[in-house]
Design a binder for this molecule. Structure first.
Ligand code: XMP
Length: 321
């Protein structure tokens, strides 16, 4: 791999920001650039770099796939608006749920989400805009994982459905390509992004769909969304790498209003980890676990069972899908 990493120790955040801003300006010139913002650390950092470099000539889109956490689209958009970045919201919920209909296989689900995002939604926006410069938050680990065959091929234009033979002049700008996550968090902080962004716990690309076993429907995502919200409230002071709630497919017998009734099962996972490659379950107190269970079963309709995962990664993975 010829690309050289800039380690956290080597990184001078202000110098890095200046170099990248100059680089983006030099590449884009008087033209416009386009990017998609999810609210994650990488895309938030890239958006700020692009904004400083290009101002109004950066066009930033937030694609609402219907799979985000409670109020997430509104919060991300209002944060960036407060920083002077005009984010355009695209409601693509229906397209995503249509593509996810009847799919149960985890890989097929992931594939459907990636396809809709790149080809049907963002790819169309890019082509119709006529803008030829794309800002992308690819990082050093993404490249390593692509080389090692862990991730799908890293070729953004191909993913967007842009045939570079036919459609000339597209250029992808990847300012974070030499940095790993800890260094990106440092740059995000130096850019003035709030702690909620630079210390944000990992959240997967397929969003809450990675936490729904079986079919991903708006109703089933809503159950996971409610559980996630409760879990995040109850665990906000716990030092952990990541925590999540998973909706299972099988129903179990429960007792609701004194009657036996088939109900839903929710699994909680909370992880200690450094790099997500291996992880072990956090030794949460029984008090916290009981509170989470009590709130989920009383506040989320039809849930009659809450379990805590006690298996490490491997053989478990962090997410369920
Ligand atoms: P797994 O489930 O593979 O997750 O043990 C490892 C870490 O990666 C996150 N994750 C993803 N992040 N896009 C992402 O940006 C994805 O498709 C994706 N899948 C998993 C996961 O949350 C965990 O931190």
């Amino acid at each position: 791999m010829s690309l050289k990493e800039i380690s956290l120790e080597e990184l001078d955040p202000q110098k890095f920001i200046k170099e990248k801003v100059d680089e983006i300006r030099a590449i884009v010139g008087e033209n416009c650039a386009i990017n998609a913002l999810s609210g994650g650390v990488d895309s938030s950092t890239v958006t700020m770099l692009g904004h400083i470099a290009l101002g109004e000539r950066l066009r930033t889109y937030f694609i609402d796939n219907g799979l985000m956490r409670e109020n997430e689209p509104e919060q991300v958009i209002s944060l960036f608006r407060s920083l002077g970045v005009n984010v355009i919201l695209v409601d693509a919920k229906e397209k995503f749920f249509k593509a996810l209909k009847d799919i149960r296989d985890p890989e097929e689900k992931r594939e459907a989400i990636t396809r809709v995002f790149y080809k049907e939604v963002f790819g169309k926006i890019v082509k119709e805009s006529g803008i030829k410069f794309l800002l992308q938050g690819t990082n050093y680990t993404d490249i390593e994982e692509t080389v090692a065959g862990i991730k799908r091929q890293h070729n953004v234009l191909e993913q967007l459905g842009i045939d570079t033979e036919k459609e000339f002049g597209y250029r992808v700008i990847e300012p974070l390509i030499q940095l790993r996550k800890p260094a990106i968090r440092r740059v995000a902080e130096a850019l003035g992004l709030p702690k909620s962004v630079y210390e944000r716990i990992p959240f997967p690309g397929p969003a809450l769909a990675a936490r729904v076993i079986g079919e991903v429907t708006p109703e089933r995502v809503e159950i996971v969304r409610r559980c996630t919200s409760i879990l995040e409230q109850e665990l906000k002071n716990v030092k952990a790498f990541q925590y999540l709630a998973i909706l299972h497919e099988d129903k179990v017998t429960g007792i609701v209003n004194g009657k036996r009734k088939l109900g839903l099962q929710v699994e909680i996972r909370c992880w200690d980890s450094v790099d997500a490659k291996t992880a072990s379950p956090t030794k949460l107190s029984y008090e916290i676990l009981e509170k989470v269970s009590e709130r989920i079963t009383s506040e989320v309709k039809d849930v009659v069972s809450v379990t805590y995962n006690i298996t490490g990664k491997p053989p478990s993975t962090i997410e369920a899908v």
